[in-house]
Design a protein around this ligand. Structure first.
Ligand SMILES: [Zn+2]
Length: 219
């Protein structure tokens, strides 16, 4: 009887892990497994066969704490919401978004918080097809305000990857920008660099296709 209860309890924990992705210690889950889970969620999203999320139950289970395995730094674009794109429930993704997914101090600090205090073991930097911020940066037009300049300014160097007359090759700049941000995420943060060097943190560079809904792992 006691054995049965233990087995049932273990099973229950496993089911909860599968549903919420929060009960497992992030260090016990490999980076490959974490990415595979994201990819599986994205596949469901692509097919339009997303999981049935029990949000009331998830809310209840997460009132005291959160252990999102993954932090996502992505664009604010309304067509690319990470929780939907990866078909995740509450408590699974710690998301930082701004137009053009720049790693400014607020973004870097938020990522540090996720990794250092919430136990996130993966950062996904995600750019996307037809990004307006990248388009604006590569158009050569002067930003209309200091604030807009702060959005496009960090992207400009990636525009060297494309010919000014061939904006259809914008994807090259999008991907280059993702790569630069992913590198700078570590370069700008001792906390994240330390976690990375100790094997506690994986950085993934990703690209979202508006056409297909697919997220491609670039690196
Ligand atoms: Zn964008």
């Amino acid at each position: 009887m006691v054995h049965e209860i233990r087995v049932l309890a273990g099973l229950g924990a496993l089911i909860l892990c599968a549903i919420f992705g929060v009960a497992q210690n992030s260090s016990t889950v490999s980076a490959n497994q974490t990415w595979n889970d994201l990819a599986a969620g994205n596949h469901r999203f692509v097919l339009g066969k997303t999981a049935a999320h029990d949000f009331p139950a998830q809310r209840k289970a997460l009132t005291k704490t959160q252990h999102p395995r993954v932090a996502v730094l992505s664009c604010s674009d309304s067509r690319v919401p990470p929780e939907l794109v990866f078909d995740t429930g509450l408590g699974e993704l710690f998301v930082i978004r701004s137009a053009g997914e720049d790693d400014d101090p607020l973004a870097s600090g938020s990522l540090e918080y996720a990794v250092e205090h919430l136990g996130s073991s993966m950062i996904v930097v995600m750019g996307h097809q037809s990004c307006g911020a990248v388009t604006a940066a590569c158009s050569g037009a002067k930003a209309e305000s200091v604030n807009l300049d702060a959005v496009v300014g960090p992207i400009v160097s990636s525009c060297a990857k494309i010919a000014p007359t061939r904006l259809e090759s914008l994807d090259l700049a999008v991907r280059d920008h993702v790569h630069r941000v992913a590198q700078e995420v570590l370069a700008k943060s001792e906390i994240l660099k330390k976690a990375f060097d100790e094997g506690k943190l994986t950085i993934i560079e990703a690209y979202y296709s508006l056409d297909t809904g697919e997220v491609t792992k670039l690196r």
